[in-house]
Write a protein that binds this ligand. Structure first.
Ligand code: ZN
Length: 235
């Protein structure tokens, strides 16, 4: 049985370890009040994915890339900005330094990464989400920072998502009601809520989301993790 380890680092940050031991970081922002996971805890990594250039998402992405030699995946303009500001060598950015864009796909060391749309703001390029298909077929969707959109249903149908990471915190992203409906549209097996609790203005716990998701998407299991907590998905 294939086991994928999924650790919610806090906020939109995740560490995914595939059954074959490949490590992926998404939006690795460790310098926040609820993250006990720090750069020192980073050992190896194959890929670092960034959804957009806001500080709470870029976080320590450049440091992780430099420390591990992982490949950075970001949109074209954010990739360019990180290369010049954080001095990441072009060969450590996907597609020889170009980055990619919405709809684009990267196959790297047996892992498929597809950039998906997200409705949000950003200073460079367009914000995005990612569909990640691991070597064993386990498929994970990180929605990025976004409001709800009805083609989430299409993503669910197209990619048959096992685990979806959905923002629930409101203010900058979907709130609990939109996220519950997003769970219904995507119809993954599991949902892990994210982008809440970090700042006082965000929704502070997942209770309401759990209740709404139970009502709107009863077949989807919600896993409300604590920052730093790891969940093992068995395919
Ligand atoms: Zn943002």
């Amino acid at each position: 049985m294939a086991q994928t380890k999924i650790k919610w680092l806090s906020h939109a940050g995740f560490q995914i370890t595939s059954a074959k031991g490949k490590v992926i970081y998404i939006d690795p922002w460790f310098e926040n009040p609820i993250s006990s996971f720090k750069l020192d805890n980073v050992q190896e990594a194959t890929l670092v994915l960034v959804t957009h250039d806001h500080f709470d998402h870029v976080g320590q992405a450049a440091e992780v890339v430099k420390k591990t030699g992982a490949l950075l995946v970001a949109n074209v303009e954010t990739a360019r900005k990180l290369q010049s500001e954080a001095q990441i060598p072009a060969e450590k950015v996907c597609y020889f330094g170009y980055g990619m864009n919405i709809g684009g796909n990267l196959l790297y060391e047996g892992i498929s990464v597809t950039m998906t749309q997200a409705f949000h703001s950003t200073a460079t390029g367009a914000p995005c989400g990612y569909v990640i298909k691991l070597e064993d077929g386990t498929t994970i969707y990180h929605a990025g920072d976004t409001g709800i959109f009805d083609s989430m249903k299409l993503l669910g149908e197209l990619y048959k998502i096992d685990v979806a990471f959905l923002p629930i915190g409101s203010v900058f992203t979907m709130n609990t009601l939109q996220a519950a409906w997003a769970a219904k549209l995507i119809a993954p097996k599991k949902v892990i809520p994210m982008h809440y609790r970090t700042f006082p203005i965000l929704i502070q716990d997942a209770k309401e989301f759990v209740e709404l998701a139970r009502r709107e998407a009863p077949s989807v299991e919600v896993l409300a993790l604590n920052p730093g907590e790891e969940y093992v998905y068995v395919k």
